[in-house]
Design a protein around this ligand. Structure first.
Ligand code: NDP
Ligand code: GDR
Length: 373
């Protein structure tokens, strides 16, 4: 079989780490671009790291950045990939309001830089390209549920930057005959999700409360509705999209929607805590209504464990997202295998274990800082 080589931008992120595992299992040689940081930033891929001194390694990391054209061109030339997965991005919607110009540089122009480098190197026909597009493109939704033909209406600097990346990918496909496609992915989560995205903030914050490390979880808009899947299911689909005869764009979603408040309730129940809500809007509060199960959380009945902090409201919100993955199911046979309940169980189990380790250290007199945002 022809040698299969993948280059992944954003390999140190949630999706990059799962995709790298998946491709290594399929026998690919995997190259990833990591940013230079003042501390180690490869925690999510450390378990698949291969010492470059071993014979015939299959996993390589290269220093690089989506803002650096010459760096990207050199890495592409040296690795000569058969598939490029552009997962690198400033991916936090709220932060994109704080750093809109940087977000545009990385998420929009970064995508152009890779496509243009591929063209410059004559890879239009030899290398396939995947772009990490997003349900945030739908923003102020024009149709429910959202599918491939639903009009876009981005609502943040992040989404506007990703709109450029979406269209430049379509444009290079049409203009130069490249095998380039967009996966329009709805929110997907896992224990490897960044701690400041809402699901992980909830499972981690509530686990810290259950372990007695924190008192209260401060939230933004809890009425927001999302279609949440598991990152493992979604990276499989990223690969499938590059294995077809024709390059096409696909919506990847579960087709089921929950509110942030429901996600809090389900995560709390997993920890043996049921919540009673009081008040409305910025006054809304969540109290411990009952404690059950064998996890014996340290929280007390009547303790306030959820509060609203308006700092977490966004200048423009995406209130509701619900995907229609029919095309992916019918054309590629893709169906998500991990349910929301199973995912919450996995995330809570992971975060509770971390919280209990910290609690134990604290008990032994070591100082433990729980970073929050
Ligand atoms: P993460 O935030 O976990 O990972 C982002 C990755 O991009 C990290 O490896 C990060 O590096 C890297 N990165 C950030 N800035 C740069 C830069 N300037 N140059 C090179 N690399 C950079 O995101 P996810 O894994 O969750 O998402 C992967 C992609 O999919 C992103 O493009 C995201 O926008 C998109 N997406 C995600 C969805 C989701 O629900 N997860 C849904 C739809 C789309 P570092 O580790 O150093 O910070
Ligand atoms: P999102 O994910 O903006 O959809 O982007 P996030 O988890 O940040 O927010 C989801 C919803 O929850 C509301 N929310 C809060 N969000 C955060 N982060 N923190 C809070 O305290 C909080 N309280 C309420 C938000 O307002 C929002 O409505 C993610 C990213 O992975 C993008 O890169 C990706 O493109 C989209 O998903 C699909």
């Amino acid at each position: 079989m022809e040698k299969r080589v993948a280059l992944i931008t954003g390999i140190t992120g949630q999706d990059g780490s799962y995709l790298a595992e998946f491709l290594l299992e399929k026998g690919y040689e995997v190259h990833g671009i990591k940013r230079r940081a003042s501390l180690f930033n490869t925690e999510r891929v450390d378990h698949i790291y291969q010492d470059p001194h071993v014979k015939d390694p299959k996993f390589y990391l290269h220093y690089g950045d989506l803002t650096d054209s010459s760096n990207l061109t050199r890495i592409l030339k040296e690795t000569n990939p058969t598939e490029v997965y552009n997962l690198g991005a400033m991916s936090h919607v709220a932060v994109s309001f704080e750093s809109p110009e940087y977000t545009a540089d990385v998420d929009a122009i970064g995508t152009l830089r890779i496509l243009e480098a591929m063209r410059f190197l004559g890879m239009e026909k030899s290398t396939r390209f995947y772009q990490a597009s997003t349900s945030e493109l739908y923003g102020l939704v024009q149709e429910i549920p959202q599918k491939e033909t639903t009009p876009f209406y981005p609502r943040s600097p992040y989404a506007v930057a990703k709109l450029y990346a979406y269209w430049i990918t379509v444009n290079y496909r049409e203009a130069y005959g490249m095998y380039a496609c967009n996966g329009i992915l709805f929110n997907h989560e896992s224990p490897r999700r960044g701690e400041t995205f809402v699901t992980r903030k909830i499972t981690r914050g509530l686990s810290n409360i259950a372990a007695g490390l924190e008192q209260c979880l401060y939230m933004g808009n809890m009425d927001s509705l999302r279609d949440w899947g598991h990152a493992k299911d979604y990276v499989r689909m990223q690969w499938m999209m590059l294995q077809q005869e024709q390059p096409e764009d696909y919506v990847i979603a579960t087709g089921v929607q929950y509110s942030v408040r429901q996600f809090i309730e389900m995560s709390a129940l997993e920890l043996g805590i049921s919540i009673r809500w009081e008040g409305h809007g910025v006054e809304e509060k969540g109290y411990v209504a009952a404690i059950s199960g064998d996890k014996a959380p340290k929280a007390e009945i009547g303790q306030q464990i959820v509060a609203i902090d308006p700092r977490y409201f966004r200048p423009a919100e995406v209130e509701t997202l619900l995907g229609d993955p029919t095309k992916a199911k019918e054309k590629l046979g893709w169906v998500p295998q991990i349910s929301l309940g199973e995912m919450i169980k996995e995330m809570v189990a992971y975060d509770l274990e971390q919280a209990q380790k910290h609690a134990l250290l604290k008990q032994q007199g070591y100082s433990v800082a729980v970073s929050k945002e």
